[in-house]
Design a protein. Structure first.
Length: 139
């Protein structure tokens, strides 16, 4: 059970929204960015992108200015098949759908979480802090 599942469970069964694939995908994206996430947070994600020759792409999302787009195929290259397969299983999407949807979601998420144009010294925080950030924006 993921952090969003736990948060919704605390609201009680009568308020439990359907966990659709988009919500689960957001949960997985936040898990990639969280310091306590699967890839070591945003620092780890930057490292993976750099190793795949895509450092300029993720750095554009962090920096001020225009975000360089990424394709699902490039994201697959950066994250690796195992990571995408796990996310696909969690979301109920195919690996290609997962990669394509994450390629649309991640640039904006990273951009919004790094408004100063750099990764904060302590990273973006753990999953709980990221969840608080997003839930606070919708209250």
């Amino acid at each position: 059970m993921g952090i969003l599942d736990k948060a919704f469970e605390m609201l009680g069964d009568n308020h439990l929204p359907m966990m659709d694939s988009r919500t689960r995908l957001l949960q997985a994206a936040l898990a990639l960015l969280a310091n306590n996430g699967q890839v070591g947070g945003l620092h780890g994600l930057v490292e993976r992108f750099s190793e795949a020759g895509l450092g300029n792409v993720i750095h554009s999302w962090i920096a001020s200015g225009q975000n360089v787009p990424i394709t699902g195929e490039q994201l697959h290259q950066a994250l690796g098949e195992g990571q995408l397969q796990q996310i696909a299983e969690e979301t109920g999407l195919t690996e290609n759908e997962t990669a394509n949807r994450l390629s649309e979601m991640l640039p904006d998420l990273v951009d919004r979480l790094t408004p100063a144009g750099h990764i904060p010294q302590g990273g973006l925080g753990n999953m709980s802090a990221l969840l608080d950030y997003f839930l606070g924006r919708f209250q």
